[in-house]
Design a protein around this ligand. Structure first.
Ligand code: GLU
Ligand code: MG
Length: 443
């Protein structure tokens, strides 16, 4: 769809409010709404936002050492007609995701979407197509009278009863997503109380990230209409299931359309790709699991990985190969929804490509054992490493990973790390309730 066709589409859809949207480095959707009279200029010239917005954390404080501050001007958010959806639950309103340009209309090297496309094109240059599918888990909460949160209902894992408790909301979500052209494979009742997961049909990596992000907004908005908070926070409660973001990746031959990963169980290139993901897993954590809360989810024997291992059909490892035949792919299980999925996918693909280029080997698979149950002696005997156990370790690993940092462009990597270290600093300086419970009377 070119610009002219996009304007016609907006008119045909009778849109009166266009939410011109980009995703910040925390993965948050940020937007301005534009009235009809401004559609043409938005589509032709983009919409200006302060570059400094990209140096802000989820607490809306900016990283003091960020390169973008009040005086550093704007980027232009240029609508991508391929990432446009009419929102069925709002009157005459649509959302469009954008690429970022400089004020001189040149590509801006701080743009997460274009950065991902660059990495994908390194595969295309080798005759490889990538498909990606994202599975996001979320839980439905109520705010309690004391200002805390509680799961809305107690429905059990994969139960019909659990589906039934939210049947109308789930119906609204599925109908809305389908009306928007998003293909829902499944919407399942997950392990935790009021916990669900949506799986979307695979697509190219950019489309997969876009689809996941818009689906999050739809679930959040429709839950809110029913007074519920749909949260994708990785580990909302110590004793309840975490919310993951699993990423399935497959390599295909551009010419023949053949799956390139399928082997016994993996082809040579499948092994190399998986080997690259394992080698770079510590740095990938900095992007895929980028909050202090992420590491409370990544615990041994929790169905979320804490170790670097792979296996066929094994949900107890970092990299699961769910299918070894024509739909052969790897599922990376350590990411969560506090990430910016464009960065996360960039990191995964850069790591896989490095594995292919340097002929990396993932070692033996663990098909039948949950490595999270291994004793320390078994872990050493099998030479299995831990993923980073905390955010500072993951950020250091990312900073020291030249392959990932260069895939992120010279500005995205350093600025992302500054934003995250600023967030970490506020966590470190905050006295948490646990500390009072532990020390107040004991000392
Ligand atoms: N909730 C688990 C996680 O945090 C995943 C459960 C599953 O296998 O889908 O990763
Ligand atoms: Mg799941």
């Amino acid at each position: 769809m070119d610009k002219k066709e996009f304007l016609i589409r907006l008119a045909d859809d009778k849109i009166e409010n266009l939410w011109v949207t980009y995703h910040d480095y925390n993965g948050r959707a940020c937007a301005k709404t534009l009235p009809k009279s401004k559609f043409e200029s938005a589509v032709e010239d983009g919409v200006a936002f302060a570059r400094a917005n990209l140096n802000f954390g989820v607490d809306d404080h900016n990283a003091p050492d960020g390169i973008w501050q009040a005086q550093t001007g704007d980027f232009l958010a240029m609508p991508d007609p391929e990432a446009y959806w009419k929102l069925p639950y709002l009157d005459s309103t649509a959302i469009v995701f954008c690429n970022m340009l400089t004020e001189a209309h040149q590509p801006f090297d701080g743009c997460p979407r274009q950065n991902l496309v660059k990495t994908v094109s390194s595969y295309a240059a080798r005759g490889i197509d990538i498909s990606a599918a994202l599975e996001a888990e979320f839980s439905l909460f109520n705010k309690t009278v004391d200002g805390d949160y509680a799961p809305d209902r107690a429905g059990g894992m994969f139960t019909v009863a659990g589906l039934n408790q939210f049947a109308e909301l789930l119906h609204e979500i599925v109908v809305a997503l389908e009306a928007m052209g998003l293909q829902v494979e499944q919407l399942g009742k997950e392990y935790g109380p009021s916990q669900f997961e949506f799986s979307l049909r695979y697509g190219n990596p950019l489309a997969a990230a876009d689809s996941c992000l818009i689906s999050k907004e739809v679930t959040r908005a429709l839950a809110l209409k029913r007074g519920l908070i749909a949260s994708y926070m990785p580990k909302p409660f110590t004793d309840l299931a975490g919310n993951g973001l699993h990423v399935h990746l497959a390599l295909w031959d551009r010419g023949s359309g053949e799956n390139l990963m399928s082997g016994n169980p993996l082809s040579e290139i499948g092994r190399q790709f998986t080997g690259g993901l394992m080698r770079h897993a510590p740095g990938i954590c900095g992007l895929g699991a980028p909050t202090v809360n992420s590491y409370k989810r990544l615990q041994p024997a929790s169905w979320a990985p804490a170790h670097i291992a792979w296996g066929v059909g094994n949900r107890g490892v970092l990299l699961r190969v769910p299918d070894v035949n024509q739909r052969c792919r790897v599922e990376y299980r350590a990411g969560d929804n506090t990430c910016n999925p464009y960065f996360f996918l960039t990191a995964l693909l850069a790591a896989g490509l490095d594995g292919i280029q340097k002929d990396m080997d993932p070692g033996d698979p663990f098909n039948d054992e949950d490595v999270g149950h291994f004793s320390e002696a078994q872990r050493r005997q099998h030479t299995i490493d831990y993923l980073p156990r905390t955010l500072p370790v993951a950020l250091d690993a990312l900073e020291n990973d030249e392959v990932l940092m260069s895939a992120l462009s010279p500005v995205i990597g350093p600025e992302f790390i500054k934003v995250k270290r600023q967030e970490l600093e506020t966590y470190n300086l905050t006295v948490h309730p646990w500390e009072r419970q532990m020390y107040l009377e004991a000392t």
